[in-house]
Design a protein around this ligand. Sequence first.
Ligand code: SAH
Ligand code: SF4
Length: 399
Amino acid sequence: MPCQKTRPSQFCPPNPVPDISQISNLPELPDIRSVSREELATRLSDWKTPTYRLEQLMAWLYPSRVTTWDEMTNLPRTLREELARNYRLVSPSLVQKQGSADSTQKFLWRLEDGNLIESVLIPANPDLYGERADRHTLCVSTQVGCAYGCRFCASGLDGWRRNLLPHEIVGQVLAVERWHAGQRLTETPAVESVPQTARLINNLVIMGMGEPLANYEHLMVALRALNAPWGGGIGARKITISTSGVAPKIRELADDPLQFRLAISLHGARDEVRNQIMPINRKFPLSVLTEACQYYVEKKGKMITLEYILIADVNDAVGEVVPLAELAQLLHAKVNLIPYNRVEGLSWNRPEEEHCRAFSDALQSQGVPTTLRLEKGHDIEAACGQLRLKSERNGTTSA
Ligand code: SAH
Ligand code: SF4
């Protein structure tokens, strides 16, 4: 085993070139992508490094998406060693990828501690969040499991394990882009001239596993990096955060200067309905949630989206249209209707397509901007948390 500069020994000859992969793998060190740019700038200046090195470092970390210090070829070796002594540089490893007929792709990742998370890549869908047809949307996770326990959702079935760190949120985007760049090279060698740094994801939805607003601090560090021109370059207006209704955090988000979009997982426009399926409604009932949303809309001057899963015989009665329309009008919100995606082991059902259309038409006739999302990825268990749950329960996690 080569001598490590971090553990000098009088019995080892001095080694001027330490093995960076060894010294970079100390678990107690923070990952460099979990550290804010401001903190890194201070660190580099403490090390008497010229300021332009920060830009070079950022370019390696984000647009180039490198996975090792050695790839940062325009940084002096001494700086790379210093970075490796102070930070880690880790990426999630791909356990499984499923692609569906409509080319929605689902990624199951293993984190350093063995936990599994999911991301879903959704190709252009002009209806989804009103974006142009050439967009790629990535849905990312923010926690391992979820503590909120919505009755219909796979993510919360085995409880909450931990919050993701900022680099684990950012890492999903970078890993999918790396995967895509590699795919293009193997599948179509003719595109070799396309730079590896070309960005794929231009629309981000924080709708994977976990409740994003329950991991607010880490989420914000990650989103600032993904949004910044030196980072992921994804416009704030192309980033949608979905919440089951953590009212105080909606207010905090409203006070943040960045213009992220907000989606509320409503799924019931009356407390009686919401209480049945979303335990969070007992803590923040509709009146409290509505006030927080009004505050957000006033502060941001932007439309929010109400997500409404249609679950047979739970919230899909025509009688629910009026309270839903009233709430949407009060909040000047649009509504995304999503027919429920069945989860193995749960008894909830998706209504007939015809019934979903009738519900959608009735809502639209009340003057509410409505989208019926006949969901992509239904065939690959794309609803949040399903692939991970199945893999863990089937013991396919040790691949
Ligand atoms: N915790 C956040 C974000 C993750 S869930 C939230 O609840 O908003 C993302 C979306 O997927 C939510 O709207 C959630 O209600 C929805 N969802 C969960 N399970 C689903 C299922 N089986 N079918 C369809 N949508 C589902
Ligand atoms: Fe958690 Fe969202 Fe699933 Fe509810 S719907 S259990 S908040 S991930």
